[in-house]
Design a protein around this ligand. Sequence first.
Ligand code: B1M
Length: 210
Amino acid sequence: MSLIEEIREGIIQGQANIVVDKVRQALEAGESAEVILNQGLISGMQRVGEMFEEGTVFVPEMLIAARAMDKALTLLRPHLVEAGVQPIAKVAIGTVKGDLHDIGKKLVAMMLEGSGFEIMDLGINVPPEKFVDAVRQGAQVVALSALLTTTMPNMKDVVDALDQAGLRGQTRVIIGGAPVNQNYADQIGADGFAPDASSAVRKVRELIGV
Ligand code: B1M
């Protein structure tokens, strides 16, 4: 197995230390950061997403793989910047106001980052104005997470705030989280809904046409 294949397999198995070690070895051997990212890390993460959809891995495995990816990206990030690898687009992601649930949002952010997007993670309990600011700073996609039936209406406040700021036309809004669905996305005027992290990546790609 080549080092790149070992990195891909390490992501699938969620072996953070092994992945980091193999990424370091690949860099030392002169492999390009872009090849390590695309053929190793992203390819592995895409496979994890497929396995999740097939029902052969579950949320804990996905989180472990996402953590391995996160650690490897920390090591790889300066090399990617140096190599001038351009992100596909900037995504501002956050859990909406009043909601402190972090794990699903983080997972979506990691999957998006692992797929080549630049992430502005605004955190949890994020008021609408912060999303508006993020769009002013260049975010092309706003990704909203809510886990509570009591906080899902706050997603509409973000859509409305973007509208009022005159920014709705230049951004795409995607929503997700256990209590929301496509109907709700349509109802509040969001551009899309995704039920899980891997379909969120597919949906964002679809929304911006890449
Ligand atoms: Co809370 N909680 N919680 N909680 N909590 C739920 C959501 C709940 C369903 C539990 C229950 O009653 N069965 C319930 C909500 C009921 C409802 O509204 N219908 C609930 C409640 C009531 C509460 C409190 C009100 C409890 C209280 O204090 N009385 C309180 C609210 C605090 C607040 O937010 N203001 C609260 C607090 C907490 C903790 C802080 C203790 C903790 C969060 C810790 C943290 O995040 N750091 C917590 C937890 C852990 C949960 C459960 C058990 C697990 C959530 C989780 O992380 N799941 C949850 C019950 C459950 O889901 N089984 C529950 C794993 C995660 C990977 O999945 O977040 O669904 P999830 O994300 C998925 C998808 O939804 C989707 O992709 C992810 C990956 O597949 N997704 C997106 C999410 N965001 C997306 C965005 C996208 C696309 C897809 O595009 C932008």
